[in-house]
Design a protein around this ligand. Structure first.
Ligand SMILES: NC(=O)c1ccc[n+]([C@@H]2O[C@H](COP(=O)([O-])OP(=O)(O)OC[C@H]3O[C@@H](n4cnc5c(N)ncnc54)[C@H](OP(=O)(O)O)[C@@H]3O)[C@@H](O)[C@H]2O)c1
Length: 379
């Protein structure tokens, strides 16, 4: 039995396909456009299957004899539910590269069914949430009494068209944080949001000089970790951030409600997505090869103790390709009972299932900053 990559001819799907082949896999490449799929399958020397997501019968037939699916077709608010349902129906393990909180929450709602079917469901095996979930797990291990967790991502460079379309779909959902274990709405201007984050040693040489590390302004973000870090660590208060130019940090409290209101209008959202789809797809090979990303995390408890960590990793799309394929390998190993017996099932997070250290074993992932503050050092 093989595994299947759906959305294989998308920007990130193609990177995942290349990485899979590089690692010796021969996945079934799948999607809804036969012409694009055939060309890719020929180039990669992989089998292919053409089927859409909106026909449950064809979807299930498309998954025959498939052990696991790595789903790369997004926005996942539109594509995850039918694929997850089909996977649970045919008993195939499911992974995706979503970063969308409603998609994670809908997946976690399927936990009992996944356990009953003996299926592993692992959403978010890309840039969001693999490194941040790992950072959350490492921080929780360093400070098991933590009650508050903050995570921030600094990923310089251009997003893909698919990512931008996904952001457009996500904005109407508004800004979320997790408090006392529950997701709740927030406003970017609310007090308590951090304005700056120290992303560790500043890069002074090479293509990333001045673009990596150091103190940077951040904006709060509805990032998938609001769903996953809660399951991985049980820390009840979680806030996520992205870096942004200082100007955006100042204007976001005013701009976000306006943008949110505008993007609630379906026809306008569709128009913007059509325009985005006409653009070039994502960062080029040189940018992907040279780029790097930093992840910062901080955990605090009620006694004033704190732990911080900064991770460095490859450029986001390159990292997603590597992490996605390695997560799939990890899930297949788990499912085969290779790591634990009996084999686990249910909706699992990357660090929860594969361990806090797993992210540190991925290529070019390093800890570039780590600190622990005892309560008497509090200021
Ligand atoms: N979590 C992360 O860190 C991370 C990293 C990278 C990407 N992503 C996410 O991954 C998704 C894909 O990104 P991308 O850069 O690869 O975008 P892309 O180049 O636009 O590719 C999107 C792919 O999804 C397919 N697709 C979209 N809607 C579909 C539907 N209803 N049924 C069947 N196929 C459908 C497209 O096929 P057609 O051309 O036939 O429509 C295409 O193959 C986005 O949601 C993005 O946010 C997440």
């Amino acid at each position: 039995m093989s595994w299947l990559l759906y959305g294989a001819y998308g920007f990130t799907g193609r990177l995942l396909a290349e990485e899979a082949v590089r690692r010796g896999h021969r996945p079934i490449l799948a999607g809804r456009d036969g012409e694009r799929l055939r060309a890719l399958a020929q180039e990669m020397d992989c089998p292919h299957r053409v089927f859409p997501l909106d026909d449950p019968f064809r979807l299930q037939v498309g998954l025959r004899q498939v052990r696991a699916v790595l789903h790369a077709a997004g926005p996942f608010v539109e594509t995850s539910a039918p694929m997850l349902d089909a996977c649970l129906s045919v008993g195939a393990h499911y992974l995706d590269i979503t970063g969308e909180v409603p998609v994670f929450e809908a997946a976690f709602d399927q936990d009992a069914r996944a356990r009953d079917e003996g299926v592993i469901v692992m959403p978010g095996v890309g840039l969001d949430v693999v490194p941040t979930d790992g950072a959350a797990a490492l921080l929780h291990r360093a400070l098991p009494t933590a009650r508050r967790l903050e995570l921030a991502l600094h990923s310089p460079g251009r997003p893909s068209t698919g990512t931008l379309e996904t952001v457009v779909e996500g904005v109407p959902g508004g800004l979320l944080v997790r408090r006392k274990g529950h997701l709740q709405g927030a406003r970017p201007g609310d007090s308590g949001f951090r304005r700056e984050v120290d992303f560790g040693p500043e890069e002074t040489d090479g293509p990333m000089a001045g673009r990596l590390g150091g103190r940077r302004s951040v904006i709060p973000a509805t990032w998938g970790d609001l769903a996953t870090a809660w399951r991985t660590t049980g820390i009840p208060d979680i806030t996520c951030y992205l870096t942004a130019p200082r100007r955006q940090v100042q204007f976001l409290p005013l701009a976000l409600p306006v943008l949110r209101g505008a993007l609630k209008v379906g026809p306008l959202r569709r128009l913007i997505r059509r325009r985005l789809a006409q653009g070039t797809s994502g960062p080029d090979a040189a940018t992907r090869a040279q780029g790097r990303t930093r992840v910062w995390g901080r955990a605090e408890d009620d006694e004033g103790q704190a732990a911080e960590i900064v991770l460095e990793l490859p450029e986001g799309y390159r990292f997603t390709a590597v992490a996605g394929v390695r997560a799939l390998e990890g899930v297949l190993e788990l499912a085969g009972g290779g790591r634990r017996s009996p084999a686990p099932a249910g909706v699992l997070t990357p660090a929860g299932a594969l361990g806090p250290e797993w992210v540190l074993g991925l290529p070019e992932v390093t800890v570039v900053g780590e600190s622990r503050t005892a309560s008497e050092e509090r200021h």
